[in-house]
Ligand binder design. Structure first.
Ligand code: RAM
Length: 329
């Protein structure tokens, strides 16, 4: 690998962090994230580097500075030029990346999506963190559990095109009428996994909906921003912030009461598992419905009819356990 060429090519769109792990067999797997500077993806990279060491491959952690599909296309083009062996991407859009990822596959690069999926035409495997319907139901339940009388809730999401959040929101909406009939979802807004935008959107929700009882943010960036706004506006006890949160970033808001509980899967395990799947394809394993793949110490996954699989169930964090988990991720 020509490091100078690599750095020059990526300088305008992304910060490239070459992996410290020594590759034994020359295999290079790129872990492309929605955006850099997100603690969730940093934790996933921790697991990815662990898998790299175990498998004797190199993992290149990369992504754009802003969570957009356009910026990810530039990152992928750079990786094609570098002739990496595999790309494992958490996508900012299910469709916009398909052409560039098809081009990568035509050049012999194996492509999987993980966390946030690419449409089946653009990848060989997709790894969901957990079952999509289960996550959708979980995020509504987290709000409903603390609203015995029901009431108005709003969703603060990530990018409006994010595959994962959109799928979870759809599943959440589908669960409301039957399972949570007194929950009234008044709005869904998008903070783009950007702290500033998420803060503005949280403030907007609070001023537009005076009876708001909960903000559900199925994004680790949005949930922190919303909890900070609730704290700053002295609304603790009036608006419960919940959703998907990284315990290390969110513990302070369980401690101060801005949130009763949140959920997440293990992001370290997710990055680790993605690298195992990408490497299996590099080693010649075939992705097909019904095929099983080892994800190392995390276990095994079997592909469904869209070549997708799910890693593990989400885990709930509250005052009883967030301290312990905040030390891990
Ligand atoms: C943010 C990202 C990521 C999502 C988590 C829960 O960090 O949007 O894709 O899985 O939240």
């Amino acid at each position: 690998m020509n490091l100078f060429k690599l750095l020059a090519a990526t300088a305008t769109v992304a910060v490239m962090i070459a992996a410290p792990a020594a590759a034994q067999d020359g295999t290079r797997i790129a872990l492309v994230v929605k955006s850099l500077g997100n603690g969730f993806f940093d934790a996933a990279n921790k697991g990815a580097q662990e898998a790299a060491e175990e498998l004797g491959v190199e993992v290149i952690y990369t992504g754009p500075t802003a969570a957009t599909a356009e910026a990810q296309i530039e990152v992928v083009n750079t990786l094609i030029a570098q002739q990496v062996d595999a790309i494992a991407i958490s996508a900012n859009d299910p469709d916009a990346l398909v052409p560039v990822l098809q081009r990568a596959q035509e050049r012999g690069i194996k492509v999987i999506s993980w966390d946030s999926g690419v449409a089946p035409e653009g990848r060989q495997i997709h790894l969901n963190p957990s079952d999509v319907n289960l996550i959708g139901e979980t995020i509504i339940k987290l709000a409903a559990d603390y609203l015995p009388e029901g009431g108005d809730v709003a969703i603060l999401s990530a990018a409006s095109t994010a595959t994962n959040q959109n799928a979870w929101i759809e599943a959440a909406k589908a669960a409301i009428p039957e399972k949570f009939p007194n929950i009234n979802l008044v709005a869904t807004v998008y903070g783009d996994d950007d702290s500033v935008k998420s803060t503005e959107e949280a403030r907007g929700l609070i001023s537009a909906y005076p009876d708001l009882k909960a903000i559900i943010a199925p994004t680790t960036v949005g949930v922190v921003a919303a909890a900070q706004v609730v704290t700053d506006q002295d609304l603790i006890g009036k608006i419960n912030v919940t959703g998907l949160a990284l315990p290390s970033e969110f513990k302070q808001f369980i401690d101060n009461g801005a949130s009763q509980a949140v959920a997440l899967w293990n992001p370290i395990d997710l990055g680790y598992s993605a690298v195992f799947l990408a490497n299996a394809l590099v080693e010649g394993e075939e992705a097909a419905p019904g095929a099983s793949f080892s994800i190392g110490r995390v276990g095994e996954v079997t592909l469904d009819d869209t070549n997708s699989a799910a890693m593990a169930a989400p885990f709930q964090f509250d005052a009883s356990n967030i301290e312990e988990f905040s030390k891990i991720y």
